[in-house]
Write a protein that binds this ligand. Structure first.
Ligand SMILES: [Zn+2]
Length: 129
């Protein structure tokens, strides 16, 4: 699908406020989120989206699973049964930790964009905690 990722550039001029790609609310700096399996770096938006931050960008698959499982109240069976696009949506962004900002051109649905370092996951049928 497309070559969107290739247009992404690191450019200070396109830095923007750290807003959730789903609801546009400002989100907090990533913090250690405690789970039954350990920790991940991320947080939860007021809209229910869970975000996971991987500064190394090397374990985005894990970061994604952390966010998805956390969004499912850490129920792996539920998390594994969900389908992208049907049961949940994910967005990939480039987060600049030093500035607590996002690169505005880098919101993407393509996990193969190697520059992305933060994932937002939002369940479509949000379950109440
Ligand atoms: Zn949100």
């Amino acid at each position: 699908m497309g070559k969107y990722g290739q247009h992404i550039r690191e450019d200070k001029s396109v830095l923007t406020e750290p807003r959730c790609p789903f609801c546009r609310a400002l989100f907090e700096r990533p913090a250690e989120v405690s789970t039954t399996l350990g920790y991940f770096s991320g947080g939860t938006c007021c809209c229910g989206a869970v975000f996971s931050y991987d500064p190394s960008r090397k374990n985005m698959g894990e970061a994604f699973m952390d966010a998805l499982v956390y969004a499912c109240n850490e129920d792996w069976d539920i998390a594994m049964s969900l389908e992208s696009g049907k049961d949940f949506e994910e967005k990939f962004v480039v987060y600049k930790e030093n500035d607590h900002s996002l690169s505005s051109k880098a919101v993407s649905n393509n996990p193969k964009d190697r520059i992305v370092n933060m994932i937002f996951v939002k369940l479509k049928n949000q379950q109440t905690k």
